[in-house]
Design a protein around this ligand. Structure first.
Ligand SMILES: [Zn+2]
Length: 284
């Protein structure tokens, strides 16, 4: 929808019919997304989708804002953005972004580490929803940036909460997300460029794969492995098993006492993707 012809049609229709009023109040009155997209769709003359069922409970956004100053594993992965067209000049507003698939709150899919592994466009949608649980290692992470989530942390969580449910997405909460707005502190690289932040231990990942039924794991840092890892054992074992990882998760503190929460991994079907930026939502 970027051609001058489309812009002209949109401008003329908006002039004739007025802009659909999508203020929050009207948006909710219309019945949320489906009705609103219907209003937008009517501008383009296509049928509105069926009205979605409303959901009970509270939705917690587990995604950070995707921006140009976000912390990234590699320094040259910083996203870039530019204004592509504007309402003033073109009738609508679009930005153009340049970034790697592993920037921001994002998903790692088997193809990230496995040659011929599943890519994100073909990854089964039913595996991208599941019960999420949160294992809190923030106390030891505050003492030691190289702290890992160990098998003992899983056992302690299960002693208090019962066995990890089938199909779970297991999150590591280290409270690292509080540093997100300070990219240098988040990467926490030493003089040699080695990064220091928490992740899963290789043994914990193996334990989950061999003894529990999980869909994937997630961390509030930049890597499933601890930042100082050079062998990426957790990436290799989780992705080789066909599971997924989620990195740069936000707001786990808001759901850790409401588990299992229903997690929606809203990763787009990037063509041939090794994963990619995602909207990650929890329903508690
Ligand atoms: Zn990644």
């Amino acid at each position: 929808m970027c051609s001058p012809e489309v812009a002209k049609v949109v401008r003329e229709r908006i002039h004739k019919e007025g802009v659909p009023n999508l203020s929050r109040r009207n948006f909710l009155k219309l019945g949320g997304t489906a009705a609103a997209s219907g209003a937008v769709a009517s501008v383009f003359g296509v049928a509105a989708p069926a009205l979605a069922q409303s959901t009970e409970g509270q939705v917690v956004d587990l995604s950070h804002v995707f921006g140009t100053d976000i912390p990234t594993y590699l320094l040259d992965e910083k996203p870039k953005r530019e204004t592509y067209v504007t309402v003033e000049n073109d009738g609508f507003y679009i930005q153009r972004w340049t970034y790697t698939e592993h920037a921001g709150t994002h998903v790692d899919i088997p193809a990230h580490f496995v040659a011929d592994g599943e890519t994100v466009d073909n990854y089964p949608a039913e595996l991208l929803i599941g019960p999420g649980i949160v294992i809190d290692i923030s106390a030891k992470a505050a003492e030691n940036a190289d702290a890992a989530l160990e098998v003992a942390d899983i056992e302690a969580w299960e002693a208090a909460n019962g066995e990890i449910p089938a199909g779970a997405i297991v999150f590591l909460y280290s409270a690292w997300d509080a540093k997100w707005d300070d990219a240098e502190a988040f990467r926490n690289a030493d003089a040699d460029g080695v990064q220091h932040y928490p992740g899963f231990s290789a043994e914990a990942a193996t334990f989950l794969l061999e003894n529990r039924d999980i869909r994937g794991i997630g961390v509030d840092t930049l890597s499933l492995d601890i930042g100082a890892s050079t062998t990426f054992d957790v990436h290799v074992s989780i992705l080789s098993a066909g599971k997924f990882g989620i990195e740069g998760v936000a707001n786990l503190a808001a759901i850790k006492d409401h588990v299992p929460a229903t997690i929606f991994v809203g990763v787009p079907r990037w063509e041939a993707g090794s994963g990619g930026p995602a909207r990650l939502l929890a329903l508690i």
